[in-house]
Design a protein around this ligand. Structure first.
Ligand SMILES: [Zn+2]
Length: 297
């Protein structure tokens, strides 16, 4: 364990980049900008942001959460929703320029770690988390450590084959990945095509059938993970799920119907994420605390 000191954490998403200096469960500095600013020149954006923040608040390490599979050396290997960062190695760049400890990790993995250490799954040993955003992401945390798999691509739940699909090609190149039917992107596209004027997709009469399909696909993906992993706590989060109009009760009912009984169904505690936008930043801090400077991520 290190002494408590602040770190600069980035939560890089497909539409916005949030970043902040975090110390334990306190955010000392926070800002959010459009991802457009990063897309033009990702390396320059990250370096300039590091320098600008350090002129205001000091920090001792940089942790980047990216919507991507990250290789063992920190290289971004695959980012279907943010192609501009593929093949980049921010770790080497920031270490060379700023002489700071740097770690890079999948954004959902960090968020689930954040919920495990500070949020909805606090104290649980086996945690499986699912985030519904533009895509469909998941993370596995065991004893407060992220399970990354052999190549860093563990828990890519959005790319499970969905047998009730419509023959659509996914950004990953496969056909009928479940995130094509169980993500915010799909709902927003159908909402726009049907000219629905409500703020929330869940309030559109024209969307009823589409939302039924969405819940069926989402519960299929989540229950598949629950059957495979038998977690103590299953955390479900993301902007869509955390909106007040989201049909939480119906989703839970469908997950339970598709999860093996009596176990793991009677064991798994299903909870909604609690930390919102802070999950990835808090997870980044927890990650930093558990990784010594001699440890590569
Ligand atoms: Zn896919």
């Amino acid at each position: 364990m290190k002494n408590q000191e602040g770190i600069l954490a980035f939560d890089i998403g497909g539409t916005k980049v949030a970043y902040g200096v975090v110390e334990n469960s306190r955010i000392l500095y926070y800002d959010v900008v459009s991802t457009t600013a990063l897309k033009k020149d990702p390396e320059r954006f990250i370096l300039e942001t590091c320098k600008r923040v350090s002129s205001k608040v000091s920090y001792r390490a940089v942790i980047l959460g990216v919507p991507a599979v990250v290789g063992v050396d920190g290289t971004v290997l695959s980012a279907p929703n943010l192609k501009e960062i593929e093949r980049l190695n921010f770790k080497g760049l920031i270490q060379d320029e700023c002489r700071l400890e740097v770690h890079i990790e999948n954004d959902v993995n960090l968020s689930i770690l954040g919920e495990t250490v500070y949020g909805a799954a606090r104290g649980a040993k086996y945690v499986f988390g699912v985030y519904v955003g533009t895509g469909l992401g998941a993370g596995i945390v065991i004893n407060k450590a992220i399970y990354r798999g052999g190549s860093g691509a563990a828990a890519e739940i959005g790319h499970i084959y969905y047998p009730d699909g419509e023959g659509i090609v996914c950004g990953c190149g496969k056909v009928d990945c479940v995130e094509l039917y169980a993500s915010g992107k799909r709902l927003e596209e159908v909402k726009a095509a049907r000219n629905c004027k409500s703020d929330s997709v869940f309030l559109c009469q024209e969307m009823k059938e589409e939302i039924d399909k969405f819940l069926k696909a989402l519960s299929f993906a989540i229950s598949t993970g629950a059957n495979l992993l038998d977690p103590d706590v299953l955390v479900i989060g993301g902007g869509l799920v955390e909106s007040k109009e989201f049909p939480w009760g119906e989703l839970i009912k469908q997950i339970e119907e598709k999860t093996r009984a009596p176990l793991p169904r009677e064991h798994v505690k299903i909870v909604k994420a609690q930390l919102g936008y802070k999950a990835c930043l808090f997870g980044a801090y927890a990650y930093f605390i558990s990784h010594g400077s001699s440890t590569t991520c």
